[in-house]
Design a protein around this ligand. Structure first.
Ligand code: PLP
Length: 391
């Protein structure tokens, strides 16, 4: 049987070899990083090295990085009305977020539902900056959350432009960079982000580690999600996941070193894949192509082909892809991202996401295209038959 090919890197990535090594080394250690003896200090050293590497990936200062259990937790930590900056302790009164955020941002953190407002996106999948400017005129102390790149379409958001508007309105900006980090340059200062979320398993680390990078250590939370032993400067209590953090740091260092080469390779392969798709299925709609996209992501639909059926059929052919919609519990939900972009419900149900990574090869792309030819041909034929149209 042919080897399987993996095209779901936006869901999770394989461990990078450097991360695997760091993980194994850390697992062999005993010390609690809060202990003062040599074993404890060795664990602390591992964490602080990783903090430097994670900070460097996004141009932050190590002191600004708070390790969490996931990107989800970092988002939840960030979205608090009680974010304080030194000398400024009045609560934030409103949270504005783009309509295409990940569900962990859409959940709104510790803001009341009534205090949350959506900012629309255009048909190109980019947040409407003019609508943000208008909305911010109605708030006195806003917090704004805009992702750097969307997990479904890969569309890169106008974050730096939004940051200027947010700061002029006296607001703070949180940026979910979970999908962008390691794939496009991502610098806290250049983006104008006050807070930035990362997740280890999207850059070659392990699942279950994340970070919230603060542009300045003057930003802190009066209401951390987890209180207790005071770890992570009192903002995330609990004995640290030393091995997960060590692997996160190693993955971040490798991702930073290899970013330019990996991005160029992924882009060439993604272009090849899209050319192949268009050649075989001229009616295919590829979403977000009017905007800048991540080099590794393509989200497409073919009228008459249902995504769930296509994904199962591709899986049987040995090809792992996902639907555009998040499918957190194995259930495929209609995509709120495509819905916000004004895509018709019919097409929206057909969205298939193919995401590439640093081990993807031209042969993998050919395997995908071969499988797609078989599967899409069979599925659109049966859909036409069901609708009584001669195939
Ligand atoms: N934000 C975005 C844009 C994501 O794509 C994801 C995961 O898919 C997350 C946040 C959540 O990260 P984690 O899986 O580490 O909780």
């Amino acid at each position: 049987m042919a080897e399987r090919v993996y095209f779901d890197w936006n869901a999770t990535t394989p461990l990078r070899p450097q991360a695997q090594q760091a993980l194994q080394d850390a697992l062999a250690r005993t010390g609690n990083p809060s202990s003062v003896h040599a074993e404890g200090r060795a664990g602390r050293h591992v964490i602080e090295q990783a903090r430097e590497d994670v900070a460097r990936l996004v141009g932050a200062r190590p002191v600004g990085v708070i390790f969490t259990s996931s990107g989800t937790e970092a988002n939840a930590l960030a979205l608090s009305p009680l974010i304080e900056t030194t000398g400024e302790k009045r609560p934030r009164d409103r949270l504005f977020m783009s309509a295409i955020e990940h569900s962990s941002v859409r959940a709104g953190g510790r803001f009341r539902r009534e205090a949350i407002e959506d900012i629309p996106v255009g048909a190109d999948g980019r947040v409407k900056v003019a609508a943000l400017a208008e909305a911010l005129g109605r708030a006195s102390r806003p917090l704004v959350s805009i992702m750097l790149a969307n997990n479904e379409t890969g569309v890169v958001q106008p974050v730096a432009e939004a940051a200027a508007i947010v700061h002029a309105a006296g607001g703070l900006l949180h940026v979910d960079a979970v999908q962008a980090a390691g794939r496009i340059p991502c610098d806290v200062a250049a983006l104008g982000a006050d807070l930035l979320t990362l997740s280890a398993h999207k850059i070659g680390g392990v699942k279950g580690a994340g970070a919230l990078a603060r542009a300045s250590d003057e930003i802190h939370f009066a209401d951390p999600l987890i209180r207790g032993g005071g770890q992570e400067r009192g903002m995330r209590a609990g004995t640290e996941n030393v091995a997960g953090i060590a692997a996160f740091g190693a993955a971040a260092a490798a991702a930073r070193r290899q970013l330019a080469d990996e991005a160029a390779e992924m882009l060439a392969l993604r272009n090849l894949l899209e050319e192949g798709l268009r050649a075989f299925s001229p009616q295919v709609v590829i979403f977000g192509t009017a905007a800048e996209r991540l080099p590794n992501t393509t989200l497409f639909a073919l009228d008459g082909v249902n995504a769930e059926t296509a994904i199962i059929a591709l899986d049987l052919e040995g090809v792992a892809v996902s639907s555009g919609a998040a499918c957190s519990s194995g259930k495929v939900q209609p995509s709120h991202v495509l819905d916000a972009m004004g895509v018709s419900p019919r097409l929206l149900r057909g969205a298939v996401r193919v995401s590439l990574g640093w081990t993807t090869t031209e042969a993998d792309v050919e395997r995908f295209l071969g499988a797609w030819r078989m599967v899409s041909g069979a599925l659109s034929k049966s859909s036409k038959q069901q609708r009584g149209i001669a195939a």
